[in-house]
Design a protein around this ligand. Structure first.
Ligand SMILES: [Zn+2]
Length: 199
């Protein structure tokens, strides 16, 4: 009897410990300052849209006891080398998310893209997150979500923690652009991301 109680106590302690694992989310709104990134035909800047998605994610993550680090909080230039120097920490599940917006000359390309690097550190864990996000985003929109596992961006391929780029859509496509500027869509996407990384 005593032994059983001990075992239960041990299992309880283990499960409590797992639940208590801290989640740290590093949110990078790409571009900024002198680097506006892509622009829509109306002059909407990629850097501003990235910031809006980043802020929406910060707000949703903060409601769920997730530690949030913002790479930039203002419209300022940050060198690539300053954007992801994050190191793994014991007992902390870290994830780096960089928001970009897509753009193409064709104007017809649309939909979300999730990028990671299958040869980067912790790629297996990153792939799990990318695939969860893909199916969640597909439920949110009718655009389809593509995964690119050969991302060459330095902040992703050299990352020491799981790292992904999320491109919620194309500023070069009018249907996408309308959605990208929609606060409701920004918030819905943020809620899906938070749900997926907490599972
Ligand atoms: Zn970009």
């Amino acid at each position: 009897m005593k032994k059983t109680a001990l075992i239960f106590a041990a299992i309880f302690a283990l499960s409590v410990n797992t639940k208590a694992e801290k989640i740290k989310l590093i949110i990078d709104a790409a571009h900024g300052g002198t680097d506006a990134g892509a622009k829509s035909t109306n002059g909407d800047k990629e850097s501003d849209l990235c910031m809006q998605f980043a802020n929406a994610l910060k707000n949703e993550a903060s409601k769920k006891n997730i530690d949030v680090v913002m790479v930039r909080t203002a419209d300022e230039y940050k060198a690539l080398s300053e954007r992801n120097n994050f190191k793994p920490e014991a007992g902390v599940k870290s994830l780096y998310i960089s928001f970009h917006m897509n753009a193409e000359d064709s104007k017809t390309a649309r939909g979300a893209v999730i990028q990671y690097n299958s040869k980067a550190k912790d790629a297996a864990a990153t792939r799990v997150v990318a695939e969860k996000l893909q199916s969640s985003f597909n439920r949110l929109n009718d655009m389809g979500t593509v995964i690119n596992e050969n991302c060459k961006a330095m902040v992703i391929k050299s990352s020491e923690i799981p790292a992904i780029i999320i491109e919620p859509g194309y500023v070069s496509n009018q249907q996408d652009l309308r959605r990208l500027k929609d606060k409701g869509i920004q918030q819905e996407m943020a809620m899906l991301i938070v749900k997926d990384i907490m599972e």
